[in-house]
Write a protein that binds this ligand. Sequence first.
Ligand SMILES: Nc1ncnc2c1ncn2[C@@H]1O[C@H](COP(=O)(O)OP(=O)(O)O)[C@@H](O)[C@H]1O
Ligand SMILES: [Mg+2]
Length: 246
Amino acid sequence: MAGPLLRMDAIEKSFGAIRALKGVSLALERGEALALVGDNAAGKSTLMKVLSGAVIPDRGRIFLEGKPVAFRDPQDARRLGIEMVYQDLSLCDSVDVGKNLFLGREPVRRIAGIPVLDDAVLYRRTAEMLAGLDIQVASVRLPVRLLSGGQRQAIAIARAVSFQPRILILDEPTAALAVKEVEKVLALAQRLKGQGVAIILITHRLQDIFRVCDRVMVMFEGENVAERSIAETTLEEVVRLIVRAA
Ligand SMILES: Nc1ncnc2c1ncn2[C@@H]1O[C@H](COP(=O)(O)OP(=O)(O)O)[C@@H](O)[C@H]1O
Ligand SMILES: [Mg+2]
C-alpha cells in the first residue's frame, strides 16, 4: 500500500501565550516503532494528545492511510485504531485488574431478561488477555493499587491493546519503574510491535529507543528539529540533538 499509515501535518497548538506546538509534522509507517524524544516541555505529550483526540489542535491536519481525519475526543481516535497510554496511567486504583481492563464495557448476561454483570466472563477474558501478552499478576481480582509500578504500566498497556489499536502511543512508560520492570515493559512493547502494531514511544531513557525503535524524532520547543533512523545514529548524537549542542 502506498504512503505512510499516519501523517500529521503542520500541527499547531497554543495554551494561552504558550506555543506548545509550532507546526509539527510526523509520519509513521505500518508496524513501525518511532521514538519521540526531547527536553521537558518540548511538546511531545501535547503532540501525542492531538493524535489521540485528547487535545484539539489550533491548526494542522492528520491523515490516516492517506485519508484526512479529525478527532473531537479520544473515542474518535479509538474508533480509528489509535490508543494512548498516559504518563499517569488513568487506572482506577481501588478497582481490581479485571474491572480496570473492562472499565465501561463490562460483560453482561441476562437473567430473566435483566442484564447483570458477568464477572465469570470478565475475569476469564482478563486472564486470557494477560496470558496472551505474557503479563503476570498474582490475581486478576487484586486492586491495581496493590500492584508494582511495572505491573500497573502493563495493565494500562493491556487495556489499550484490548481495543486492538493500529497505533499505540506510550508516554514515558518506564519513567517510574525499577530496572527489572523496565525490561518487562520494553519486552511487551517489542512483542506488540512484532504483532504489527505501530508504536510511538516517548521516553527519556534513550538507551531504550535503540532496543525497541526503528526511528527517532527529536522535538525542541514545539518543533520537530531532527529525525534519524536508529540504525544510522548513536546515543551521543541523539543527546546532542536534544540539547541542540550540535
Ligand atoms: N493543558 C495545558 N495547559 C497549559 N499549558 C500546557 C498544557 N499542556 C501542555 N502545556 C504546556 O505546553 C508545553 C509543552 O508541554 P508538553 O507537551 O507536556 O511537553 P513534553 O511532553 O515534551 O514535556 C509546556 O510548556 C507545557 O507547560
Ligand atoms: Mg510529556
